[in-house]
Design a protein around this ligand. Structure first.
Ligand SMILES: [Fe+2]
Ligand SMILES: [Fe+2]
Length: 378
């Protein structure tokens, strides 16, 4: 009953004369301001898109939902890439904010002398991804996504980081490095239900920082190197997710132009993944003296071979669609059912959202659910 009352209140907001994005965002906040109403507010916001889009003659409800989920994902990506860039990238007018951490930047450069440039460029790419998708949504009369109300998580206290509210948490990650063996397997594919062992098992058995939490994390040397190694493997984890997400969702868009957007942004995630997977292979084997986290030598027993060898950075051909076909070099997974919710679960399991509010999860859940409900031609 209370929910019904709240729903009525929210719906009253939706019939206000202005359909401008700002008023819709404040409507979202109104929904969130009342305890437990977050999911309702978000659902109505998502459901509100089709009406607006229809009025523009542009987007189908499904296309709008897919673009909105992708926009949210890109906003989240941008948020944590900015945190990486502030401490370990290049701070400039293209990617402003922060002033760098010399010790962290040096540890990242052990993986590749150009790590700071790559971090900078990946950060800029993510910023353009959500900015473009939001602008496209607006051009079709649909709502852009804005998660500013959830910028509540703390920044690193290390010298070089901005002190602002964050959407994501890079200081308690549980990184799944099974992408490493997934792309090196010649016989398995997650679309067939196959599972894969992690390259760095320790990263799945705890919560580890991928950026220095404060300046005490800058030493001893193997500790800050372990943090940089964690970042190196995390970069590839994130970008392999985007590599699968775009082709998975592309199968359910309707308009050719929306398909073009997904087919044009998605492969840039793959370019990122390819780069990061190569660099992660350069992470020096070590044990973090502060917490025992082990980065194994992936080229030596019991690792090594086709499943782990660090210079096998092109995807091994594997089974696709049916085992009756010959193996083929492909992105994996690309199964479309539940792809958005799967991506949200992977990011949540990664620990990126540790400390976030119930409302945050409710909004993301609703965005993912709406995207997964989209059907080609629907
Ligand atoms: Fe992106
Ligand atoms: Fe990305």
């Amino acid at each position: 009953m209370a929910q019904k009352t709240q729903k009525g209140k929210i719906m009253a907001h939706t019939v206000q004369p202005s359909q401008h994005a700002t008023s819709r965002r404040s409507f979202l906040r109104t929904g969130l301001a009342v305890g437990g109403a977050g999911a309702i507010g978000a659902a109505l916001l998502v459901n509100g898109v089709p009406t607006l889009a229809g009025a523009s003659g542009g987007l189908t409800p499904g296309d709008a939902a897919i673009l909105r989920f992708l926009s949210a994902a890109e906003i989240l990506e941008t948020d944590f890439w900015q945190q990486y860039n502030e401490l370990g990238g290049i701070q400039d007018s293209e990617v402003p904010g922060g002033s760098g951490s010399a010790a962290y930047t040096a540890a990242l450069k052990v993986l590749d002398g150009d790590m700071d440039q790559y971090i900078h460029d990946n950060t800029e790419d993510e910023f353009t991804h959500f900015t473009f998708i939001n602008a496209y949504l607006v051009s079709k009369g649909a709502d852009p996504v804005n998660l500013d109300t959830f910028r509540t998580l703390p920044s690193s206290k290390a010298t070089g980081a901005q002190q602002i509210g964050r959407l994501t948490n890079l200081m308690q990650l549980t990184v799944d490095t099974s992408y490493w063996t997934k792309y090196r397997s010649r016989t398995k594919n997650p679309d067939f239900g196959d599972t894969f062992p992690p390259a760095v098992p320790g990263l799945l058995k705890g919560q580890f920082p991928a950026i220095p939490r404060d300046d005490t994390d800058l030493s001893p040397a193997d500790h800050i190197q372990a943090i940089a190694n964690t970042a190196g493997f995390h970069f590839a984890f994130i970008e392999q997710g985007g590599t699968s997400l775009y082709p998975s969702l592309a199968q359910r868009v309707t308009h050719p132009e929306v398909l073009r957007i997904l087919l044009s942004i998605g492969p840039t995630e793959t370019m990122h993944f390819q780069t990061w997977q190569d660099k992660a292979g350069n992470a020096p084997p070590l044990t973090d003296p502060t917490n025992g986290l082990v980065f194994p030598d992936l080229n030596a027993p019991p690792f090594g071979g086709e499943d782990f060898q660090t210079n096998l950075i092109m995807p091994e051909p594997t089974v696709f669609l049916s085992r009756k076909f010959p193996p083929v070099s492909i992105i994996r997974p690309t199964q479309t059912q539940g792809a958005a919710m799967g991506a949200l679960k992977a990011l949540t399991d990664d620990g990126l959202f540790r400390g976030q509010s119930d409302e945050f999860f409710a909004v993301l859940h609703d965005l993912a659910e709406a995207a997964d409900a989209a059907r080609h031609g629907g």
